[in-house]
Design a protein around this ligand. Structure first.
Ligand SMILES: [Zn+2]
Length: 101
């Protein structure tokens, strides 16, 4: 994924975010660690199975309202497997749904 380093997005306190398939990262975290790249790649896989970025963001927002950021099922999957570079090769579709209570 393309990475755009900048001083504005994501908001302070976050390393990076994926925005329609492009990673936006704060300059002070350059270069992003592999773990963060894997995290954002997991979000890209989630978005693809949700039917695209717009539908992913709508669903993400809905889950954020219900679970907050840290317990958002999309984030839980992405954080849990960010350390496994080969995770996406064996990932089961809609794996994030297992975090929905
Ligand atoms: Zn995330």
């Amino acid at each position: 994924m393309k990475i755009i380093y900048n001083n504005f997005l994501p908001l302070p306190g976050f390393y990076a975010m994926v925005f329609f398939g492009v990673i936006l990262a704060r300059k002070k975290y350059r270069p992003l660690p592999e773990r963060t790249l894997n995290h954002e790649a997991i979000h890209a896989a989630q978005a693809a199975e949700c039917g695209g970025w717009i539908l992913f963001y709508l669903r993400y927002l809905w889950l954020w309202i219900q679970y907050g950021y840290g317990n958002n099922p999309f984030e839980r999957e992405a954080y849990e497997y960010a350390g496994y570079g080969s995770y996406l090769l064996s990932r089961i579709s809609f794996a994030w749904k297992k975090y929905i209570k």
